[in-house]
Design a protein around this ligand. Sequence first.
Ligand code: AMP
Length: 430
Amino acid sequence: MSRPAAPRGTRDLFGDEVRLFRRIEERAADCFRLYGYEELRTPVFENVDLFRRAVGDTTDIVEKEMYVFEDRGGRPLALRPEGTAGVVRAYLEHAWDQSAPVKKLFYSGPMFRAERPQAGRYREFRQTGGEFFGNASPEADAETLLLMRDILAAAGLPKGAATFGVNSLGCAECRPAFRDALRAYLEPKKAGLCENCQRRLVVNPLRVLDCKGDGPALADAPVTTDHLCADCRAHHGRVLELLRAAGLPFAPAPRLVRGLDYYTRTVFEVTAPGLGAQDALGAGGRYDGLVKALGGPDTPAVGFAFGVDRVARALEAQNVPVSGPRRVFIAQTGAGTADAAFRLADELRGEGLWEAAPLAVEVGAPGKSLKSQFRAADGWGAAWVLLVGEDELKKQTVILKDLRAGAQREVPLARAAAAVLETIAAEKPS
Ligand code: AMP
């Protein structure tokens, strides 16, 4: 019989990889809190309508990538393809627009899109992101980009391994003129565009600019920043000025667009060159029109999401080390040793609770041969074995064995836990 396999585009996370993911998510959470964000956990599925309205009917996500299903009551639901829609829904549902003029919320969790899987692109992937409501200033946009910079640094990505692209899409005042200019430029080239873009040209011409296939052929297409109204130009100029002053490594990204009307002014993307086609680590922008589009009051907002899988790939590509717990295996052999081994494990785990460096403690099953216990210790990845033997127990000692060095020494049973901790501390790189 063949062994079961996970569905296409999904995968199990384990070993160093899951440690890496946890580190990214934890360091990101620390950074979010540093910037005044609170955590929000929204459901993994929502009413399908929410995404239709928030993400937009003409986007790839809604048109062809959502996992849509009906529950037993016939209610149309969708697995969330992204995080912003749920956060804005919660923001309105809990009337935070009324109780808190400024609200910053962050999230972390799995998202689902039925895309064609490839390296770095999955059908279930994880995002961690934040949404900042109630501040329309360019300072809020610049702060958001610095928060992204800090998350990558806290996760361990070396300086210079990621670059930021920044653009402005203008607003409801100036974007229609840009859209007309773009359409006028694209119309004569229509026959040369991909099928998708020929359709986009009618429904949403901005999206032609970020088409992976056609984009390069549009090198001399009009750019948004040439069509900004005075207010948008001033806003954009101030964002860039703040980023320059902060020393952020960024570049103008005139092709960077978001195809939805509620996106206003600043949009940005972080890429890590060297990751191949899927090199976007995260993206975001200002979306002053979304809260209103979902039935709330006019509320400025800016937000972003990192793809945790992508950040993990970038860290792996840079060989950023991940340390797992220090593993100690307690083996036992001979009459009366089971009690001592059990107590020793309890004591050591008690110490581990307070240890800054995580400790993992495992005990061999009583009655198993020493050989099979050592095999278990090896398979589990133990660095040390504490051997509780019948003869040693009579002397109230145990043997502490360093599996990698092959060395061993006898330590008093009463000091066994302390001896393990001292050994670990001596090993830690200072
Ligand atoms: P988006 O919500 O499309 O703006 O994506 C934000 C970030 O999520 C991207 O920059 C990627 O890092 C990540 N991402 C989006 N789609 C996928 C996917 N299918 N697999 C892995 N990561 C993804």
